[in-house]
Structure formats: C-alpha cells, structure tokens
Design a protein around this ligand. Structure first.
Ligand code: CMP
Length: 139
C-alpha cells in the first residue's frame, strides 16, 4: 500500500542556479505539503553514506563528489501516493529524457546535475528522510 510521504532534495546545481523558489512552487502547486525542510550541505563522507546503495556503480565517486560540492535543500513531502506522483513531477533521471514541464526538464542540466532527487519507494523515502531529519524534530 502506498504511504503518503516521500523524500526529496534540491541538488547543488539547482540551488546554485537560483531555482529553489521555482522548484518549491512546482512542488506545492502539484499538491504536496512540505512537512520538513532544511538549507544545508553534505560533507564528502556524509554524501558517501547517503548514496551507499550506489557504491558499486561506476558513477558513485563522481556522484558523491558532486553532491558534496554545494548547498542542498532536503525535504519531506506529504500527498496521497506521494512517491509515485513525485517521480512523475520530477521526470526521468536523465533530463534529456524527462517529459516536458517536469522539474528536471525545466531546471536540470545533465544526468549528474539533475536538479532534484525523489525517493524510488516508500521504504527508501523513510530511510532517506530519517537521514536528514531526526525523530526529535517535529514533523
Ligand atoms: P538520483 O536518482 O537522485 O540519485 C542517484 C543519482 O546518480 C541520480 O539521481 C543521478 O544524478 C546520478 N547518476 C549519474 N549517472 C547515472 C546513471 N548512469 N544512472 C543513474 N543515475 C546516475
């Protein structure tokens, strides 16, 4: 059964290019409620931990170094069918394949600098959300 929460992170390219406001507008206009949000950054070590699941992939080192080179905006979002609906809103991982009007189609530059992350399952949404937001915080 689909839960009603997902995790997202506006990535360093979109932050550096001034797209935080436009991206948050797209997210809230699509009916997602922001439950938790931070403006922060990842150390190389923390980025490595977050992307541990991709450790054996050829792009892992580049991904970790990229994700630790600028500020990010992680968020927990709420909406019915959140994980699936959010992945539709952001579009394909490779922005050249992302449908028109999706966040990656509008704001992403490349598969590495692809503007935004969206969890791919309810389990990962819970794991990724708790990586940034502690149970002691109110959300
Ligand atoms: P995301 O799905 O948010 O998290 C993993 C990231 O790895 C992905 O976005 C891309 O930015 C990056 N990446 C780089 N190369 C690839 C690839 N070939 N396949 C999937 N993800 C890739």
């Amino acid at each position: 059964m689909a839960t009603n929460r997902t995790f997202t992170m506006i990535k360093p390219d979109a932050v550096a290019n001034g797209h935080i406001g436009a991206i948050i507008n797209k997210i809230t206009e699509a009916g997602f409620k922001i439950i938790a949000m931070k403006y922060t950054h990842l150390s190389n070590e923390k980025a490595g931990e977050f992307y541990e699941v991709h450790k054996s992939r050829p792009f892992y080192n580049d991904l970790v170094s990229y994700m630790s080179k600028g500020n990010i905006v992680p968020m927990i979002l709420e909406k019915d069918n959140a994980v699936e609906d959010f992945r539709k809103l952001i579009g394909a991982t490779d922005p050249s394949k992302a449908e028109q009007g999706t966040i990656r189609n509008l704001y992403a530059k490349s598969i590495d600098a692809n503007a935004i992350h969206g969890s791919d399952s309810d389990d990962n949404a819970a794991i990724e959300g708790s990586f940034f937001f502690s149970m002691l915080e109110r959300f």
